[in-house]
Design a protein around this ligand. Structure first.
Ligand SMILES: Cc1cc2nc3c(=O)[nH]c(=O)nc-3n(C[C@H](O)[C@H](O)[C@H](O)COP(=O)(O)O)c2cc1C
Length: 338
């Protein structure tokens, strides 16, 4: 049944509420994506640089948990082209209905998905990139503000970027970066967005695959405790900044952010995941499956951490955003003189 929060993104993606969960690499696996979709929002698997076998396994697991629609996140420009093609083949062969891409626009990656009847939602950090993504065939744009957690492509805040992108394209736009509440959903809608995408808020849920250490740091963090830095340079193209919670490592490198690894950089293993070493300054964040010096890893989180005070079930997060948004809308409507 249509409701006040129903927008064109609900029609496009087949979800009840205009709330997307970011496809966070490592963190957003089947348990989280399924819980979010089952609650009426739009869950997404974070599958950047995962093997095709892992992607197929995760897709099957979501489908076993829910019959609601969900998406898969891939990052064409930050993945070896051979692996990316195999990942895309896996998604298309499994009948994934929505791919969520991020970072530089790779028109061929959009075209291949579209040719197979798969929708493409593209997250961008610049107005130009939004225009390029639309021209390449994307169905919707996610406008990522600089306050976002994880990899951050642009340098403009959501409040300014979002309406600029809404004005620049004719496809639906979602706000991303700083959104975690119903009040912020209403704010995004009033800026012309058809919904929001939340990352940090869904990291701090029972179902996310982030290590408890990471969830706890998000809960404790103030809005000023995050840092936009390009110190974490292993695995990604040079000069790919991230927003993380400050730690001992960012303190050490803050005077010397290099954005790429110097030739003489010696890799120092500080943690491991099922026998795989995880290095200092890599873009791995602490996961449930890791052991070691996890506090020194990239603690991806947005400024919105300052508004998140507990870990909760994902369904509770979705419902609270919806309830709060309806109250906020009602309060605004009551201001209109009758
Ligand atoms: C832990 C974490 C991991 C992320 N990993 C990815 C990723 O793999 N792919 C992607 O497109 N975006 C990723 N992002 C960025 C999100 O898509 C989104 O832009 C961001 O979370 C929005 O800001 P918020 O954290 O304030 O909600 C990640 C964000 C976080 C917090």
């Amino acid at each position: 049944m249509p409701h006040t929060l129903h927008t064109s993104i609900c029609d496009l993606l087949g979800c009840r509420y205009p709330i997307l969960q970011s496809g966070m690499g490592g963190v957003a696996r089947s348990e989280l994506a399924a819980a979010v979709s089952e609650a009426g929002a739009f869950g997404c698997l974070g599958m950047v640089r995962e093997t095709p076998a892992k992607i197929l396994e995760q897709i099957d697991e979501v489908r076993a948990r829910t019959d609601k629609p969900f998406g898969v996140n891939l990052i064409p420009a930050a993945t070896d082209p051979e692996l990316f093609n195999a990942e895309l083949d896996a998604c298309l062969s499994a009948g994934v209905e929505t791919l969520v891409y991020f970072w530089d626009i790779v028109p061929d990656a959009i075209k291949r998905a579209k040719d197979h009847g798969c929708r493409v939602v593209h997250q961008v950090g610049h107005v130009d990139a939004a225009v390029q993504a639309e021209a390449a065939g994307a169905d919707a744009i996610i406008a990522q503000g600089v306050e976002a957690g994880g990899h951050v492509h642009g340098s403009v805040s959501s409040l300014v970027l979002l309406p600029q992108i809404v004005d620049a394209v004719s496809i639906p736009v979602l706000g991303s970066g700083g959104f975690a509440s119903g009040r912020s959903l209403v704010a995004a809608m009033s800026l012309g967005a058809q919904g929001i995408q939340c990352g940090t808020r869904f990291l701090a849920t029972d179902e996310s695959f982030a290590h408890d250490i990471h969830k706890q740091r998000v809960i404790e963090a103030a809005a000023t405790d995050t840092l936009h830095t390009d110190a974490f340079a292993i695995n990604w193209p040079p000069h790919s900044p991230v927003r993380v919670i400050k730690n001992e490592v960012t303190e050490r490198f803050v005077e010397r952010p290099f954005g790429y690894l110097p030739e003489d950089f010696e890799r120092e293993p500080i943690a491991e995941e099922e026998g795989r070493p995880v290095y200092l300054l890599s873009t791995d964040s602490p996961l449930k499956s890791m052991t070691g010096d996890l506090e020194k890893l990239a603690l991806f989180a947005g400024q919105v951490s300052g508004l998140i005070h507990s870990t909760e079930p994902a369904a509770k997060v979705v419902q609270r955003i919806v309830d709060e948004a309806l109250v906020a809308l009602n309060e605004l409507a009551n201001r209109i003189p009758r």
